[in-house]
Write a protein that binds this ligand. Sequence first.
Ligand code: F6R
Length: 606
Amino acid sequence: MCGIVAGVALQRSIVPALLDGLKRLEYRGYDSCGVAVLQAGGPRCIRTLARVEALESDVRAANLDGSTGIAHTRWATHGVPAIANAHPIFSHDQIAVVHNGIIENHEALRESLVEQGYEFVSQTDTEVIAHLVHSHYEGDLLAAVFDAARMLQGAYAIAVICKDEPQRVIGARQGSPLVVGLGPDGAFLASDTFALSTYASGIIYLEDGDVADLRSGNLRILNSAGETVVRGVNQITEQGGDSELGAYRHYMQKEIFEQPLAVARTFSMVRSLDATLFGTVDPNAFSGVDNVLMLGCGTSHYSALTARGWFETIAGIRAHAEIASEYRYRDYVPQRGTLVVPISQSGETADTLAALRYAQSVGEALTLAICNVATSAIVRQSNWAFITQAGPEIGVASTKAFTTQLVALFLLALTLGRQRARLSAGQVAKHLRDLAALPDAIRSVLAREPQIIGWAQELRRKEHALFLGRGLHYPIALEAALKMKEISYLHAEGYPAGELKHGPLALVTEAMPVIVSAPNDCLLDKLKANLQEISARGGKLYVLADANTRLQAAEGMRIIRLPDYYGFLSPLLHVVAYQLLAYHVACLRGTDVDKPRNLAKSVTVE
Ligand code: F6R
């Protein structure tokens, strides 16, 4: 969380690059933001509790200019959102720091710095870094940052400037992402490649322990041992998908409507249905696999829960879906033949990365990342990877990343099913035909938007909602509730429909909308009985019913009819309707859809 961008520009102002980068990094946090540049009279800094757009106006009004600078957009960890806690954070008006991550030993460091006479004006752990660099500074910022970094425990990516070295920025990383960007206008640092896509043509991925010294026209990188190292330069290629908003009102809306394309692009990666589709050289690399362990958080965990059913039914293989933040602290017993599958949109989620490393540390050797960012830490930490083709996802609430993860996991289930001789050629062909036709099926769900808006108008004033599903649609109920609560702030919970009578049924009154997925699958009759239980208690039902379920709207039961049952891939249709529902409830309630309160897109802290 938190986004940092910094740079030294050649013969021009760094400010436009910093602001452009901050706008692209706002997904990482938006509690406050700020920028500092070095000018002849010393550093100048502007910070605000508003968004980057407001910072830009302030910067213009103040004529902020200079060729060297650092900037930050914050997701608060230590200290409330306040100007004093907003970055850049200074030490003695000489050293300025922007930081992403958490310094675990900040209390001990703070005590020792106070003993040395340093005064603290913020509640941040970052101020420790600023004073620490200041305390080590003897005319060489690189040496000071290197020495200070060695005293930090925890995760950090930092960019540091010093009043006495006007053409220099030092960056350092440990655990949190930081890239160097090189372009015709200068050298830059940022939390991700996307932040630099306007200004850099080449990207260097710093490794843990690296310290980078950016001067105009000169770059040097030290590794954790203090040796000068050369890291490869990668050309920036913007991942498919336009990152501009275009005609849409919100990124989330745009991303919901991009799903037919994102799903088609992900499916188009299929050349052969064997392990090479997932980045292996050997087509039979999965031949010893008889167990799949999926690791993820939030929406990515729900894609794992959905896929668990596919692995069991299609491939006849044991599958487990673990919440990464829980798994990483369990005494997990490794099992031979386990394929560990970390699932992540960003590829930077701290808990998922730590869970993957934990699995590796206890002996799991086969790791396959399903991820939307080819250069991310989780991909680099894994043996193999399948890169979903969702394109940049800017809205904090995940939509197209989820459906493309599901496509990737379905392909993995087919691959394992085929390898284990659980699928005939005819069955494989049918599944592939269904995948190929999925974009059109999703389009037909998107066409139900007017009816979904009708439901949203009824739900907008509710305080709570229950989402129900069974089988493959139970994880979709969880995902629907997550979408609803995170962007509309309407309290929602997802339950397996059969579980209602074991407790949650007590909540059902006229005031509690109950929103249900009713696919025409083998559990439909059971589900109908669950609907009766709710109706009998005066509950108001909103049912997403497949066209061929023969469910009829009645008093107390609204129905939106989806296309005919879409088999194993049905969850991908139901979830799109729920995304639209959450989106429209949020719009009607006037929340900040793309940047819901307290959240951030990339959760790089534990
Ligand atoms: C919800 C959402 C989050 C993420 C979670 C994991 O809409 O986006 O729950 O799914 O933070 O993020 P990634 O997939 O980047 O690891």
